[in-house]
Design a protein. Sequence first.
Length: 128
Amino acid sequence: MGKILVIDDSFYDQLIFKEIVESLWPEATVATVDSAEEAIDFLSLNAEKAEQLPDYIFLDIKMPTMDGFGFLSHYPSILQNMQKNPTIFMLSSSLDPSDIEKANASPHVHSFLEKPISNEFIEGLKQK
């Protein structure tokens, strides 16, 4: 069973993501937060509770206040206390080459994905 955390300020992107996952992978649970700060708080509060932590994090790049890269700058200090090491995918509807390069250069990011997430990607993730 997969636990997924979506960090995205767009309600509609969250909704689309949840609908895709629920239709293709009904056993998965999808939690959403509206900001990087909210995600940091959630992960920090649950760091020692492996059952509460996600297996996968889908992180939007463009968000107000703190963007996805800001989240990644705080992530190592949270990760050192976490009982699980989630796989992070960065998401964006913009295909800015510098964002893609920066995302792929992060040691914490598995890969960069274009929004909306594809059915094929979720099917592949479900098989892992």
